[in-house]
Design a binder for this molecule. Sequence first.
Ligand SMILES: *Cc1c(COP(=O)(O)O)cnc(C)c1O
Length: 365
Amino acid sequence: MPTDATDRLLLGPGPSNVHADVLAALARPTIGHLDPAFLSLLDGVQGALRRVFRSGDDALVLPLSATGSAGMEACLVNLLEPGDTAVVGVQGVFGERMCAIVERCGARAVRVEAEMGRILEPSRVRAEIERSRPRVVALVHAETSTGVAQPVEEIARAAREAGALMVLDCVTSLSGMDVRFDDWCIDAAYSGTQKCLACPPGLSPVAFGPRALERLRSRERPVQSWYLDLGLIGAYFGEQRVYHHTAPINMIYALDAALRRVLDEGLEARFARHREAHLHLVQGLEALGFEMQVAPRERLPMLNAVIPPVDDEAALRRRLLGEHGIEVGGGLGKLAGRIWRIGLMGENARREVVDRLLGALRSLL
Ligand SMILES: *Cc1c(COP(=O)(O)O)cnc(C)c1O
């Protein structure tokens, strides 16, 4: 049955489907970014993000007016200066992107690489931190290009012990699996709205802890990006509320509505829902002859890297989209043409959604 192009089930690596309440929030009348009514809504959004990151009151938490990659760039350009060293965990495309940004800061990226589809052994990263004594350690929690869940705590502890600042990419993990900014000793983290937060793309929630804020104050040179300078952005998103750039009002309405859904459900319940949907998907896919690319203990719940049981994976993906209105992702980088990336993010982490995908695949295979 051909479907309307505006009615898609989004089971790729993001964006994910957005709930009608969140879409309705987007359509509310635009008001001024200094209107007290808007500022009080913004206070609520910043408070809700703090709860989702599990960060303390001493962190600066705000939605950056740009996508997840801008969150990555903001964390790195604010903490690094030319000549600094950053140890970067590279398990896939997003670790590579971090290295590219580190180098554009004039800093040195020391790469610790994992085999595609495997975690980085924390002890290897620890050894590199002890050897290089970097300013920053940067890691991707949920590597969306490979479907691997990277253990964070031991690496973040090693970074803290070495006096380095820990930067964590939570674009895909936030609100789909456990993220603990304070307990894990993270200094700066960023996410994106279009993955497990189930909001349209366009905002990047970031959290800067007290050590990262102190580093900002003690920089020798100004941050090379005016737009992403958190010292300047903080004047609007902090106490003073002075103009830096025009906040994307309607996107923040949407994020407010999406965060309400997250907190009304409860983080633990939401994580459990993602895990259960994932297990149901794995069982169904294996019965259809798909193979999972990642070992069970290292799998992400919200992003499943799978090897389809056909020679022409792209043709099957096209039919899934054209005949059933279901989008799944192809492989990225070295995995292009070899794997599918099936996202079960936010609203889509449900047994009924998985059953719809499995039913469509059964009919196509
Ligand atoms: C999607 C993603 C990004 C980039 O986010 P954009 O919103 O596409 O800029 C960064 N890191 C990870 C792990 C991602 O999954």
